[in-house]
Design a protein around this ligand. Structure first.
Ligand code: ZN
Length: 503
């Protein structure tokens, strides 16, 4: 077979698979937004069947023949060409898929679909022991999956590799070790400062319809394309790409919590800008797909925090916020408002954590997960281990499981090895923004004028358009000139919070 012919057959098959996979996305989106409780059991069957069908296609022996025909061909001569990247990444996925028995794939889809729902019940009852058997089941299946994928390899690293290909547990642990002490110290220094934000202003009356209006305005201003996406509400904000021109985001609004709705939107908008920036023509092919969860998260964090919680951003948006929420903000100055949305304090809740303490929440989950997978921690002992780490790193202790180890549903969904990507996202975001600021100059002036196009364009050129051309660590190096590094994040936090808290 001619390599060109093999390549065309390969991409045709893979694009079809992407269409089928996008149906799974639609079901998942519905499951997180509007499905009635009684619909879950049938949905689990749908998910299991589709996972099986996708697995059949992903392991089709014909793919193996096509890869054989492409081996050593001119198409892969330049390793950074679109063809070579597609072949390399598709081959990686194929090698991965053929190692997994179909029964295991289906069982994982079925169990995680139910376990996610059981987590909601456990959370409502604040009872870890209710959720524990489900974590046990998921953990067993994920261990089996990792062992099948890479026998004799560190199980946790194989799990991490699903979300952050190209990074080792060693690299991640080294970055996290470099952050831990510095973040604990910075949190302590801030706590010792006499400066205090007036948080009550964020809990005044913020009518929901106006919050939505304001959020949509901000989303459109930073570049979210509403013709190719929409905003809904769900208990847990998320994004989903249902097709090349259909990117869904969700948030949750609370009348007395200004930040929940808006920053939830900006976070998911960041994810969406990445997805909307991918090449629609290459939909379903690696060159047109996001590269890793860490890089994805970096975009969410960058637009939510680096941009959305910056003073220049609010120089532009605060007058609009005041006009929309006169009852809440008529007597609040821009500086007071800016301080309130950037207030730092150790807390129990990851999602609502500030930029400084956020990564400590992730470091805790990283330690707990690694111990669980290694068998050093029994699932029954998770609450104790969790609470002890919160006491040590953040000086706070959860009063119950809902406040503690039940706050995140990730493990029920099979997302083990996923948490580190949040902090990798913060690290990548800081590194990218530091470089963009140095090259573009005066980004602050842009933001103050409500202009975000130069930054978005820079990210488009350096990150989005590359799809999976480079593995994440190389992409970061390519974009910024340096390998993943903890210094830009620490420097940015020290600068911003040093000014706010007059340290
Ligand atoms: Zn995110």
């Amino acid at each position: 077979m001619q390599p060109r012919q093999a390549y065309e057959e390969l991409t045709r098959k893979v694009k079809e698979e992407a269409v089928l996979a996008s149906c799974v996305e639609v079901l998942g989106w519905d499951e997180e937004t509007y499905i009635p409780g009684a619909g879950v059991a049938h949905r689990a069957e749908q998910q299991a069947l589709l996972a099986g069908l996708l697995h059949d296609r992903a392991t089709d022996p014909r793919l193996g023949e096509l890869f054989a025909a492409l081996e050593g061909s001119d198409l892969i001569a330049d390793p950074d060409s679109a063809e070579a990247v597609n072949i390399r990444e598709l081959r990686r996925l194929y090698d991965r898929a053929v190692r997994l028995p179909r029964s295991l794939v289906e069982e994982l889809a079925r169990i995680t679909s139910i376990a996610q729902r059981e987590w909601v019940t456990a959370y409502e009852r604040s009872d870890w022991s209710y959720f524990q058997p489900w974590v046990e089941k998921v953990l067993k299946l994920k261990r089996a999956e990792a062992a099948a994928l890479r026998p004799d390899h560190d199980l946790y690293e194989t799990m991490l590799d699903e979300y952050e290909p190209g990074m080792t547990v060693r690299q991640v642990a080294a970055l996290f070790d470099a952050l831990r002490g510095e973040l604990i110290e910075l949190t302590g220094t801030i706590a010792a400062s006499p400066r205090r934000a007036n948080l009550s202003i964020l809990h005044r009356s913020y009518p929901l319809d106006r919050q939505r209006q304001f959020g949509e305005t901000a989303a459109a201003a930073v570049g979210f394309d509403f013709r190719r996406g929409r905003l809904d509400t769900s208990p847990h904000p998320f994004f989903a790409r249902l097709g090349p021109s259909d990117c869904r985001i969700t948030t949750r609004f609370n009348h007395h919590r200004f930040g929940d709705g808006l920053f939830g939107i900006l976070h998911e908008v960041g994810h969406a800008l990445y997805e909307q920036g991918l090449d629609p023509e290459a939909y379903g092919l690696p060159i047109g797909e996001s590269v890793s969860i860490g890089v994805h998260e970096s975009q969410a964090r960058l637009w939510e925090n680096t941009v959305g919680r910056s003073l220049p951003f609010w120089r532009h948006f605060y007058p609009q916020a005041r006009a929309l929420f006169p009852d809440a903000l008529h007597d609040v100055s821009l500086d007071e408002f800016y301080f309130a949305i950037n207030h730092v304090a150790p807390s129990l809740n990851r999602v609502r954590a500030d930029e400084v303490t956020y990564n400590l929440h992730i470091l805790i989950r990283f330690e707990v997960e690694r111990a669980l997978v290694a068998g050093d921690l029994d699932t029954a002992d998770v609450p104790g281990a969790w609470n002890e780490l919160y006491r040590r790193y953040l000086g706070v202790i959860p009063a119950n499981d809902a406040e503690g180890c039940l706050q995140d549903g990730h493990w029920g969904g099979g997302l083990i090895g996923y948490f580190p990507t949040y902090t990798l996202g913060n690290l990548f975001a800081a590194q990218l923004f530091e470089r963009a600021s140095a090259e573009l100059r005066n980004l602050d002036d842009d933001f103050s004028q409500g202009r975000f196009d130069r930054l978005l364009d820079w990210l488009q050129q350096r990150v989005y358009r590359h799809g999976q051309r480079y593995p994440a660590p190389r992409l970061i190096e390519h974009a910024t000139g340096a390998a993943p590094d903890h210094h830009p994040l620490l420097a940015a936090l020290r600068r911003k919070y040093g000014e706010l808290y007059r340290l």
